[in-house]
Design a protein around this ligand. Structure first.
Ligand code: IVH
Length: 694
């Protein structure tokens, strides 16, 4: 092992302190003082130093949040003190009854001003208990039955806002809620959709599912947040109120909900509850809206010294309450069912409702997903149905209301021909029953395809909306995708709603995308399963559409991250004459059909000429994938260990090769180290394959 210069130790200590401080400013105080780029620079420097001097890696280093360990199953996690649940109240009366019971049991009449409560939003997520030893993250468990949960230490540590080292050297057990912010959830689903992956229905289930991943690299890739709300050893720490507990947690560097505060009377509790109700339905109260889903407000008696005398019911403490709202459900009429076409031609049913108020918003449409859903709900036009928002953004029909039918109801008519091109629709039954327009020239499908092509994740044509696409197709200016590059300013300005200036702007925006990189063009081809990640990989590895179109299944499969199914799909796509014509058209339109920067001139190689041996199992990728990636980064992958070996990467189960490496005193990396090293590649995103540990 190389000598570690003092200057490096010092630099690392300073960097770590600075990064921890900035993470605290960002996540806990919500007051960042440096840019993300500056933060990333410091972070990368830490990674660099740790790679050069692995002996300096410590378990509480900020770099140790990346995940990558895979378990066979979760170990049980026994809670040192029981994790209770909460009693619910669904109305003002029920809250008042709770308040009165406390006063009665404490033998006061609520004091002059009444009981003091600490109130905060009740987040809709997943509860965890986390242990810190001497200020360092030790372990975490799910609630389970309250006595025993599952050990999810490896996963919880990956949550970005959770510090691995506290600002105080305390040994404490804290509890809190893991959740996903609405905007993060939408962004997450957007990128899944773009990659052709299934999207998730609710943020809550996604958060819970993410924590229950056996592969912590998957958890690390999910946009999880956490707020802590309780401290098991509150009295041992000399704290006497819940407000002090929250201050203490914040001082330790733990993220707490900024909306939590003391309410010193019943009226204040009720007023805060009303504010939360308004914010929860999208309202803005005192300049604030809620960036996450909540299912109530938690009311806690602020004075902790009173908690013991109140005690517990069978399942919940008597000094706390979940003060919720009855789940909003409203009955309305199903007026009609319309169908929305997708770029693949699938007709999705949408319920057209008599407009109704739900959680403070007017709802006039609801998703019906597919024909099976219509059958399951057993609904007819004119039926009265219940709708609710649930955790989802778009409301759902839950079923028919109890109202009797009077004979005026009509079965939902299913279209038999496409409303755009009049082709006979066919019934698809792959995953669910759906109507589909089989016509590849259908103008409805074309509009969707153009809108997708122009969208942010693909060619990113600024100011080009679905409406623009619809107008262009309607006026016959665009008959196939490449036509959009042939539009003149004069043609555009004749479109309804396009003044000269906007016509010029959109024209310039379209032309500008001729410079977009190859991967965006590949993405826009709509090859099944090829989303932006794969498109980047293909662009990087093959360098041109020409190379991609002539690659064989075997050649494609040699690229890490490309499996047999995808390789077959790609080959089949290019074998189709119409697709070949599309590629030809896009080339004639002047789009980038090859990568400017090839692998060779992409900057210094990470493993320049180093001989690397892989041994043991690497859990997050196959050996071939890794070998491929190492080679892509300049390594010579070898299978036997000798004096000439530079680095041995040893996963779990490594045997004689590891021993030999140890006896030769070679540089040995474990999986964590490898992942960290991969992360330094962040500046070259196009080398990131699909299996990249996040
Ligand atoms: S305090 C004795 N505070 O609600 C349990 N819980 O229905 C003490 N929850 O299991 C919980 N936000 O998962 C508390 N600000 C908050 C909360 C909260 C969400 C969850 C928690 C608990 C469940 C009980």
């Amino acid at each position: 092992m190389s000598q570690i210069p003092d200057s490096v130790r010092e630099e690392l200590a300073q960097l770590r302190q600075a990064v921890d401080e900035h993470a605290y400013l960002y996540y806990v105080l919500d007051a960042p003082v440096i840019s993300d780029a500056e933060y990333d620079r410091m972070y990368r420097r830490i990674v660099e130093i740790e790679i050069q001097y692995p002996a300096l890696i410590s378990s509480d280093s900020i770099t140790q949040k990346v995940g990558g360990r895979t378990l066979d199953k979760f170990e049980p996690f026994t809670h040192a003190s029981r994790m209770y649940s909460l009693e619910n109240a669904l109305s003002e009366e029920e809250f008042i009854a709770f308040d009165e019971r406390i006063s009665r049991m404490l033998g006061n009449s609520g004091g002059i001003f009444g009981n003091e409560y600490f109130c905060e939003p009740k987040l809709d997520g997943l509860a965890v208990s986390i242990r810190y030893e001497n200020g360092v993250y030790a372990e975490a468990g799910t609630r389970g039955d309250g006595i025993q949960g599952e050990n999810v230490s490896q996963n919880v540590r990956t949550i970005a806002s959770l510090p691995l080292k506290l600002r105080r050297k305390v040994s404490i057990t804290v509890r809190g809620e893991i959740f996903i912010r609405t905007a993060d959830f939408e962004e997450f689903n957007r990128s899944r959709e773009e990659a052709g992956e299934e999207i998730y229905a609710t943020a809550r289930n996604t958060a819970a599912g993410s924590i229950r991943q056996l592969d912590s690299a998957v958890t690390a890739s999910r946009p999880l947040s956490i707020y802590l709300y309780s401290l098991v050893e509150a009295q041992e720490e000399g704290l006497s109120s819940q407000a002090q507990v929250i201050d203490f947690l914040r001082e330790c560097g733990l993220p707490v909900n900024p909306l939590g505060h003391v309410c010193s009377s019943r009226d204040e509790v009720l007023a805060f509850h009303a504010d939360l109700e308004a914010m929860r339905s999208g309202g803005i109260v005192r300049g604030m809206s809620l960036p996450y889903a909540i299912d109530g407000m938690v009311v806690k008696l602020n004075d902790i010294s009173m908690w013991n005398s109140l005690g517990f019911t069978a399942k919940a403490p008597r000094y706390m309450l979940a003060y919720k709202w009855p789940e909003a459900e409203v009955a309305t009429l199903l007026n009609d069912v319309s169908f929305q076409i997708s770029r693949q031609g699938v007709y999705s049913p949408v319920a057209e409702l008599e407009p109704a108020q739900l959680d403070g918003v007017t709802v006039a449409r609801a998703t019906l997903h597919n024909l099976d859903e219509i059958e399951r709900l057993d609904i007819m036009l004119g039926d009265e149905v219940f709708i609710k928002r649930g955790g989802e953004v778009i409301p759902k029909i839950i079923g028919r209301s109890g109202r009797q039918r009077d004979g005026s109801e009509r079965p939902i008519p299913l279209p038999s021909v496409c409303s755009y091109c009049e082709s006979a629709l066919i019934l698809d039954d792959e995953r669910s029953h759906n109507l589909r327009c089989p016509n590849r020239d259908c103008s409805g499908r074309l509009v969707e395809r153009i809108a997708y092509f122009a969208s942010r994740g693909v060619m990113d044509i600024e100011g080009f909306s679905r409406k623009t696409a619809a107008k262009l197709v309607q006026d016959g200016l665009v008959n196939e995708l490449p036509d959009i590059y042939r539009l003149s300013v004069a043609q555009l300005s004749e479109l309804e709603g396009f003044a000269d200036v906007s016509a010029q702007n959109i024209h310039a925006a379209i032309q500008a995308t001729q410079q977009q990189p190859l991967w965006r063009v590949i993405c826009g081809l709509e090859i099944s399963q090829v989303g932006s990640q794969t498109a980047k990989l293909l662009a990087r590895r093959l360098g041109s559409i020409d190379a991609l179109s002539t690659a064989t299944t075997e050649e494609l499969q040699r690229i890490s991250g490309i499996g047999k199914v995808m390789a077959d799909d790609i080959v089949a796509w290019f074998a189709d004459e119409r697709n070949q014509a599309l590629v030809q058209g896009l080339a004639e339109a002047g789009l980038m059909m090859s990568e400017e920067e090839t692998e060779a001139d992409a900057g210094p190689m990470l493993f320049d000429e180093k001989t690397v041996v892989l041994t043991g199992t690497i859990t997050f990728a196959s050996r071939d994938q890794l070998k491929d990636w190492l080679e892509l980064n300049g390594a010579r992958a070898s299978s036997s260990v000798s004096k000439k070996t530079d680095i041995v990467i040893a996963g779990p189960g490594a045997g004689s090769k590891l021993e030999k490496a140890q006896s030769l005193g070679l540089e040995i990396w474990d999986e964590m180290r490898l992942i960290e090293c991969m992360r330094t590649q962040a500046s070259r995103p196009s080398t990131k394959p699909d299996w990249w540990p996040k």
